[in-house]
Design a protein. Structure first.
Length: 230
């Protein structure tokens, strides 16, 4: 009997500790949601765009140790993630008044930006299992059409999961000098992002350049901001 009671107490302590650990684990913060069936071109849905892996549904951010985990869900996704090289996902955001952008592609051939000639450090390199990077951005207004000029800061670890119709990647806090309990991932104030409707979007890729707002396949509206948890 004593052994049984002791065993039950031990099991109870383990389950209690597990419950506390689960309760203390922060859930991912939902940053955007988007209805299904609206992926296409120029705000018009096109049949098959969702099956191409371009129909955004939800985006979240969560803290994992010293990294932030970004996850983006879709209505569907082909086995390759999305069509390679010719399309990219963009997520513009601000931190402490500075403009940044996340760029994601299912595959990438390293080459400079066609307009600004930035991004030459990976010239010739090929990524076939997903390409994830964070960039520092500014708006170039010297031409009649404003251009976003984004310099790569770091290349991130990430992966596409076609079975779950998602991709995810990790952004180390130190990359952008983010501070737990203080730093905030806020909606972008960059004019190119706010005026084009492409704060968060899938677009065709033309030599590291996109012709927004004329070629947006699907775009989502930011509904929240994320304060880095402790």
């Amino acid at each position: 009997m004593r052994r049984s009671i002791g065993l039950l107490l031990a099991v109870g302590l383990v389950l209690g500790a597990a419950s506390v650990a689960t309760a203390g684990k922060a859930k991912p913060a939902k940053i955007f949601t988007d209805p299904t069936g609206d992926a296409g071109l120029n705000n018009e849905a096109l049949p098959g765009a969702d099956q191409g892996g371009f129909d955004l549904t939800e985006g979240t951010i969560a803290k994992k140790g010293k990294n932030l985990v970004f996850s983006v869900e879709h209505a569907a996704m082909p086995a390759v993630g999305t069509l390679p090289e010719g399309f990219r996902f963009l997520w513009h955001f601000d931190v402490a008044g500075k403009n940044y952008r996340l760029t994601v592609k299912s595959a990438n051939i390293g080459k400079p930006d066609a307009a600004s000639q930035t991004g030459t450090e990976r010239l010739g390199q090929v990524d076939t299992a997903g390409h994830f990077r964070v960039e520092s951005c500014a708006t170039d207004a010297t031409l009649p059409v404003n251009l976003s000029v984004c310099e790569p800061i770091a290349y991130l670890k990430g992966a596409f999961d076609p079975g779950a119709a998602t991709f995810g990647f990790e952004l180390p806090l130190k990359t952008l000098k983010l501070k737990a309990g203080k730093s905030v991932i806020a909606p972008s104030t960059m004019s190119v992002a706010t005026t084009s409707g492409c704060a968060i979007c899938w677009v065709p890729d033309y030599g590291e350049r996109s012709l927004t707002p004329y070629t947006i396949i699907d775009a989502a509206t930011v509904s929240g901001r994320y304060k880095v948890t402790r």
